[in-house]
Design a protein around this ligand. Structure first.
Ligand SMILES: [Zn+2]
Length: 315
């Protein structure tokens, strides 16, 4: 299925741009971009006496500049490091507004994926005012784990992918019991695993639970606690059940999505991701390797068909 929507709706109004950080603990902050829908991601900041670490940036130049202002209100010289949790544009497009002072850190695979994707996300929503921040790939990469010593809260970067993408990293601040999950965990917003893995996400959630975080900052949506891990897991298990029935009944992922009762997940933002997620669930039900490459354009067009047009991006 390749049909694009016949007529995209008028460009939606931009969502409000936050102007400040939310303090979670001494030296640990979240930067929340409501309502958490397409491209409205969260970022995080950890400030120590010696070093400052920013977790992810923002989708547009305007949003990344607002993030930079909020960070500099806390640390006028910072940040020293920018961590990218994964390669999606809403998390990396603003990198270049923090370099060369900041060192960008990512998983080695994320660096490759960021280079390969380039500005591709912008073409999905050409009406968004993306701006033109300079591209900045990670200059420091790792594969398993890395610790940043800030002189204050210790910052642990842990590879947990494939989950939301093939190479996801979470950021754990044990001194404050705060976990920045990137897009492995969502809050009131539909998870998206087309480019990652459902079984891998479930393993990642187990690892996150084992850390025992008190505060969980999801990739999109409001901050919560460990219940966000349970809610994300509930949705992933719903995907697996829906795919199992769809395969049994000989339905395509789009047909299975059309018949599915979303139940409590119908109130989460961006429910059309169900279609893309079922493509991943079908691949895994058929023995596909977690994180293996799947076509993205076809499932995205089907998500538009399910939604009745291009979903809104209010970045
Ligand atoms: Zn993402």
């Amino acid at each position: 299925m390749t049909a694009a929507p016949a007529a995209a709706p008028a460009a939606p109004a931009q969502a409000p741009i936050p102007s400040s950080l939310t303090r979670l603990a001494d030296g640990v902050h979240a930067y929340l971009q409501p309502d958490g829908g397409w491209c409205l991601n969260n970022a995080g900041l950890v400030v120590g006496p010696d070093r400052t670490v920013l977790v992810d940036t923002a989708a547009t130049e305007t949003r990344a500049r607002a993030l930079r202002s909020a960070v500099r209100a806390v640390d006028p010289a910072g940040p020293d490091y920018v961590v990218n949790t994964h390669f999606h544009g809403d998390h990396v497009f603003g990198n270049g507004l923090f370099t060369p002072h900041a060192t960008v850190i990512s998983h080695a695979g994320t660096r490759e994926e960021t280079a390969e994707a380039g500005p591709g996300l912008r073409r999905l929503w050409p009406d968004v005012e993306w701006g033109d921040p300079p591209e900045a790939l990670a200059s420091l990469t790792f594969r398993d784990r890395l610790t940043v010593h800030t002189g204050g809260p210790r910052v642990e970067l842990l590879h947990v992918g494939p989950a939301h993408t093939a190479n996801d990293v979470i950021v754990w601040v044990p001194d404050a019991s705060v976990l920045f999950t990137g897009d492995v965990v969502w809050s009131g917003v539909t998870p998206f695993v087309l480019m990652g893995s459902i079984s891998g996400s479930l393993l990642a959630l187990d690892r996150m639970r084992a850390l025992g975080p008190r505060t969980v900052v999801p990739g999109h949506g409001p901050v919560g606690g460990r219940e966000l891990l349970d809610a994300t897991e509930g949705y992933l298990r719903f995907l697996q059940r829906t795919a199992e029935r769809g395969v049994r009944d000989g339905l395509t992922p789009l047909e299975a999505a059309g018949k599915a009762d979303l139940g409590p997940y119908g109130s989460w933002l961006d429910p059309e991701r169900l279609v893309g997620n079922l493509h991943r669930a079908y691949a895994e039900a058929g023995g596909g390797r977690p994180g293996e490459r799947l076509d993205v354009a076809g499932p995205f067009a089907e998500m538009c068909a399910y939604h009745g047009g291009l979903p809104a991006c209010r970045a």
